[in-house]
Design a binder for this molecule. Structure first.
Ligand SMILES: N[C@@H](CCC(=O)N[C@@H](CS)C(=O)NCC(=O)O)C(=O)O
Length: 234
């Protein structure tokens, strides 16, 4: 199988993180849908990436469908099986996908010639992202993973969405969302995330703070199980 896409697209990255997590034999082929004479439209009439080639000249497009396909292709799904976990994960994925859509729309707006930019459009997308972060913080339980005790598609979608926001709409969402920030620092330190970072992007240095925040969250539930933490060094 081959996955076609650009190295910066968060839609493509969702699939790439999943491929890395599962060690699937999928070759990543860089194809820029914006380039002149791009061959993307020959694979996907909508002219967008990601595109997954599942057999010679047989293509799947739309990232949600591609992720669904890759999740089930090897019988080792990263979707929780219990009904409560299943729907929790679906809801996280809907939130993550919507955050990516909003961040992308905002990026497009910033790239229009200054005279044609609409500040109200930009603010509308930013407001979507802020509300989404707020909901995510409310629903985040302060655990290692968003759903249950296993890494799931929920972690991929939300991890990629928030890291895309760091990449293209860099702002301090962490101070408003400490549980989410702690979870995000943990999940994005996985090899699947570090190996698929956009080129020339250095994520904010949050790792030193994350364990302390996580421990504080845990301490409020089970104080006896938490060892004293050292202050992060300056
Ligand atoms: N709904 C699509 C969106 C994909 C998408 O918009 N991809 C962008 C790259 S980030 C693209 O290929 N844009 C090319 C274009 O709009 O012409 C999906 O989830 O796969």
């Amino acid at each position: 199988m081959k996955l076609y896409g650009s190295a910066t697209s968060p839609y493509v990255r969702k699939a790439r993180v999943l491929i890395e997590e599962k060690g699937l034999p999928v070759e990543f082929v860089i194809e820029d849908p914006w380039a002149e004479n791009t061959p993307v439209a020959l694979k996907n009439p909508l002219g967008k990436v990601p595109v997954l080639e599942i057999a010679d000249n047989d293509f799947i497009f739309e990232s949600v469908l591609i992720v669904h396909f890759l999740d089930h292709v090897d019988g080792r799904s990263l979707t929780p099986r219990d009904p409560v976990g299943y729907w929790e994960a679906q809801r996280w994925q809907a939130l993550g996908n919507g955050m990516i859509d909003a961040a992308i729309q905002r990026v497009f707006e910033t790239r229009r010639p200054a005279a044609f930019q609409m500040p109200e459009k930009m603010q509308r997308e930013e407001a979507r992202i802020q509300r989404a972060v707020k909901l995510a913080e409310t629903n985040c339980k302060g655990n290692e993973f968003l759903v249950g005790t296993r890494f799931s598609l929920a972690d991929i979608m939300m991890g990629v969405a928030l890291q895309y926001i760091d990449f293209r709409y860099s702002h301090d969402w962490r101070s408003q969302a400490p549980k989410l920030a702690a979870w995000h620092a943990g999940v994005t330190s996985r090899a699947s995330f570090t190996k698929t970072l956009p080129p020339d992007f250095t994520p904010p240095q949050t790792a030193a703070v994350a364990p302390v925040v996580a421990a504080l969250a845990l301490a409020s539930v089970e104080p006896a199980t938490v060892a004293p933490q050292e202050e992060p060094s300056a």
